[in-house]
Design a protein around this ligand. Sequence first.
Ligand code: WT7
Length: 648
Amino acid sequence: MSKIFPVDAAVAASALINESKYFELYQASLDNNDAFWAEQGMRIDWIKPYSQIQDVSYAKSDLHIRWYHDGTLNVCANCVDRHLPEKASQTAIIWEGDNPENSKHITYQTLFDEVCRMANVLKSLNVSKGDRVTLYMPMIPEAVYAMLACARIGAIHSVVFGGFSADALAGRIIDCQSKLVITADFSHRGGKSIPLKKNVDDAAKIAGVSDYLESVLVVKNSEVAVDWNDSLDHWYHQKAEQVPAECPVEEMSAEDPLFILYTSGSTGKPKGVLHTSGGYLVYASLTHQYVFDYHPDDIYWCTADVGWITGHSYIVYGPLANGATTLMFEGVPNYPDSSRFWQICDKHQVNICYTAPTAIRALMREGNSYVESTSRLSLKLLGSVGEPINPEAWQWYYDVVGEAKCPIVDTWWQTETGGILISPLPGATPLKPGSATRPFFGIEPALVDGEGKELSGEAEGNLIMKRSWPGQMRTVYGDHQRFIETYFSTFEGAYFTGDGAKRDKDNYYWITGRVDDVLNISGHRMGTAEVESALVAHPKVAEAAVVGYPHEIKGQGIYTFVTLNAGLEGNEALRDELVKWVRKEIGPIATPDIIQFAPGLPKTRSGKIMRRILRKIAEDEFANLGDISTLAEPAVVEDLIANRQNKK
Ligand code: WT7
């Protein structure tokens, strides 16, 4: 039996939603789904109001998802302009630099001025409605200005996380045919500088990129000089001086694309997840308000990077649509030391702090004194996202960081879902450490077995969604067939999440992790196939298989089995070389934790690698390998076990 933390009466009294209200509204949201979403759609401003609510079919032969599709709006106007009458002088963004001496407050008026200026710079570089713009940016306010500037003029942004390599960046520029890349000279993290512009220079030289890329816009973020290519590069501060201050908004259809965000799947290259305008904004703003119980004047901080969906929905679009004050942090949790997060909470009087289990575990390991040296009196609510949070980390977050006064919202969702689907609501949901608890309004999860049969009551199975919600992705950019195959082919008539889950007797959901070949490394998604194809591209590698294994801080680590070309011998030098290679091919976030050289990999007689066995070996479950009689060469397994590499 897991512990239950009842809702605090004082929290329930001041919260937007209490428990009985949750049940009532949840039931109503399913019973009268259109009426519910018709009403919620009005939380944002429309240029032309919608009369249609949803037009959805999950049938494979006729798959389409449309919300509010006859309405028109502008997302940037909703996040900026509409707050000016009342909130021009309120802080929209608190920016905290990597260096603790740097911070600034950006008002809604300043945000408006900066976004208009950036939008006009984009126009001056030949960007117009429907064009794709790739952002490769540090966590500085210009990243937000750039996203909103794209939204203002109807361009589609594709933010690529700064931890991806030049090769990975090039692949994403090509896939969506971007004509512009916005970057900075350097980014600063943990006292180190990362040469973003240099990576863009390298990406620009990769075959295929120059077919699309017309310009690179560079924000100056350091005093160090960078290489310059006059025919491609433009300094933002110079361009900004030459453009008008005012920029009208583009009228967009609800279903016009807002952004593309690449994410890893179980096979092939990363997919360009496409989100559209109206439904996405309604869903991001609604969930931001209710899940975080956001009240006017709250200071809200999500520690994610804008390179991930969490940054899109819960640093930028959700909070700004709600006229909130959102904090943006350039740095890392342990610089200058491991009290940094809590120092920031004190410095800016943060009320709501939303972070990831991997950060919590890393800080927990450093001991309580870093936390206890700060007051954290402003905190009211804590959040977690990205991977299952282990009960021990949950308890530490609750007791030590929140001093047993702050509810924790463990929010389950995905790049594809656009916003949070399963989560406690702070005034409504008794908490169980490790459980994402209950579905949000309008969300209908279900568990199914391997044959697609729905399971009832207490059960464990594959997590699906039986109906659509406005924040759902609409397609894989440029590959609608892949969208259908990935998400709507496994279970007839439902959206398949790729996750497994348990449901307990109280109808609480417990996410057990991916059931496909997707890894979750420190909350970052990585396909085993991607790492494998990076490895086999190395001239000395004949074959590679990649699996996850439990890692104390990262949640999962990357375990790679590598077979070298005939006659070659594995050694430490080659291990280092392969690690560097993968970092170059994909980026530091894909760094293999363990490389085991293996003379052969376990395969079926038809030649399929049996990952099930490799996973067991990586997890040290040697006694439990299951049936290996179908292996072509059972002796391979003994060698793999004998040479099991030590965990890091
Ligand atoms: C995968 C999605 C959406 C935010 C960041 C990750 C895992 C996410 C939780 C949670 C258990 C979680 C799932 C999901 N995941 N949040 N609270 N509890 N697992 O987005 O990169 O698209 O990854 O992250 O496995 O499928 P993402």
